[in-house]
Write a protein that binds this ligand. Structure first.
Ligand SMILES: Cc1ncc(COP(=O)(O)O)c(C=O)c1O
Length: 474
């Protein structure tokens, strides 16, 4: 087959219609399929054995391969009873926005083209929602992990400069840089600490109060002690919704402590950010959020934007520019538009992530998002209520749209083992998909509802499935 780069508009349209039809069928069929089914061994073997294609195949053959080998085995997060981790289904408009973004295919490193201005507008909308000053900034990144890495890199830069260290040139110079986070702080903070040369041993895990929130008084004491010992406090990671139980730290109290010690406050709102920004009941948390130096907030989580779309907001973008900017001669572009995004973060070529966020914000509006998030919270409430009403189930953790619980049928001693079996059977059985975690030392089934297609009846079905599996003979 000859390699053809040039497709006429008619050919693009014809293939495009086929692809849209496949996508529409996929999305529509998800509720009637198992929540998850693992890839069959024979299909895995096909992937492992097929060699690199040396000569190309026709488009129909490629689409047939997609239909036969890929589409039937999704991750599961389009299903109304997929409650694992924080992985919502994509809003359909977001799926189509991906097509348009790829059609334009810019690099949003910088320049004076539309994609740059779309991203600037998206960032401005979020800085305003978060109550940051009008000269705050930020950028879209791959997800919450990169958002936290970016915030920490800026924080490390500022802390090092204050300690008289040029960290970009000289590294950390044997000084002990320290970070602070709660017991439920996300694991991406640890990865970031390791990458930034801070070291995971230099993360202080601050004890939690009975609600799972980082204790601000303990944090205060730890920072004071570290300063006395000659350490360089870099940043505090506070959570506006932990992944484990949805716990929300007392941000105003933590902001007070950070302010007193001049330590950078990074808020991980990757999951909970949208609820905190939009719902009245989180107004007090919002008061703390607006005092953050950096915020991680993932549109690809509770804003239903297709992966990937993370966002880091920066109170003082100049610090991030100092930490990251590197403009070799071949990239110098004097006078063409705003400062390049690539000067504020690690990526050089950057995708047009902003389009799907921008389109969905325009389409749903703040009010639309508010009602979708309220819906998810109501389904989570229903699930928690059903758990509490059942005498063979135990509620272990509840925050935002997370419900952690376990089966506790009479007469079973090893509840951890039982619940691990229940989880595995549930995941492989296809009725629903939860994840597992540990809450206060015991194994828990964890449900996180971030799916507007999920109904109270789905929550009831999950509870029924767990109860049925927990009473099956071993
Ligand atoms: C609270 C929180 N922070 C950070 C992350 C990491 O985000 P990502 O997986 O997009 O890198 C997650 C992921 O679930 C999360 O829930």
């Amino acid at each position: 087959m000859t390699a053809s780069f040039e497709w006429g508009a008619d050919e693009f349209r014809a293939v495009g219609h086929q692809v849209v039809e496949m996508a529409a069928r996929h999305l529509a069929s998800l509720p009637d399929r198992p929540a998850f089914s693992p890839m069959p061994d024979d299909v895995v073997r096909l992937f492992e054995s097929e060699g690199l294609p040396m000569s190309g195949a026709g488009v129909d053959a490629v689409l047939d391969d997609f239909a036969a080998l890929v589409e039937p085995w999704p991750f599961g997060n389009g299903h109304p009873r997929f409650y694992a981790w924080v992985n919502p289904p994509p809003h359909p408009l977001g799926v189509l926005a991906e097509l348009l973004a790829a059609t334009m295919n810019p690099s949003v490193a910088g320049g004076n083209h539309a994609a740059v201005h779309v991203e600037r507008q998206v960032v401005r909308w979020f800085t305003a929602l978060a109550g940051l000053p009008s000269d705050a900034g930020g950028l879209l990144v791959s997800g919450g992990s990169t958002a936290t890495l970016t915030g920490f890199a800026a924080a490390r830069h500022r802390a090092a400069a204050r300690a008289g260290i040029d960290v970009r040139r000289d590294g950390v110079q044997g000084r002990r840089f320290v970070l602070y986070q709660g017991a439920e702080g996300h694991g991406s903070a640890r990865k970031a600490a390791e990458l930034l040369g801070i070291g995971s041993a230099n993360i202080r895990i601050v004890e939690s109060d009975p609600q799972g929130r980082l204790r601000a008084d303990t944090l205060d004491e730890l920072i004071a002690a570290d300063v006395r010992d000659g350490c360089v406090p870099v940043a505090v990671l506070a959570s506006a919704g932990t992944v484990n139980t949805g716990a929300i730290d007392d941000l105003p109290a933590i902001a007070d402590v950070c302010g007193r010690h001049g330590v950078w406050l990074h808020v991980d709102a990757a999951y909970g950010g949208p609820a905190v920004l939009l719902l009245d009941r989180y107004a007090q948390t919002r008061e703390g959020l607006r005092r953050a130096d950096s915020i991680a907030l993932d549109p690809h989580k509770w804003l239903y934007v297709p992966v990937d779309a993370g966002l880091v907001l920066l109170r003082d973008p100049a610090v991030a520019r100092d930490a990251f900017s590197l403009v070799p001669d071949y990239l110098r572009t004097d006078g063409d538009g705003p400062v390049w995004f690539s000067e504020y973060g690690f990526e050089q070529t950057r995708p047009f992530r902003a389009l799907k966020v921008w389109m969905l914000l325009k389409h749903l509006g703040v009010d639309g998002y508010r009602s979708l998030i309220e819906h998810d919270l109501a389904v989570a409430d229903r699930l928690a209520a059903q758990v509490e009403a059942a005498d063979d189930l135990e509620l272990l953790g509840r925050g935002l749209s997370v419900v952690c619980f376990r089966a506790r049928p009479a007469g079973v001693e090893d509840l951890d083992a039982l619940n691990r079996r229940v989880l595995s059977a549930l995941q492989l059985g296809g009725e629903a998909f939860l994840s597992g975690t540990t809450v206060d030392g015991v194994f828990a089934l964890r449900a996180c509802v971030v799916n507007p297609r999920s109904t109270p009846a789905d929550a009831d079905a999950v509870v029924a499935a767990v109860r049925a599996l927990s009473t099956l003979p071993q």
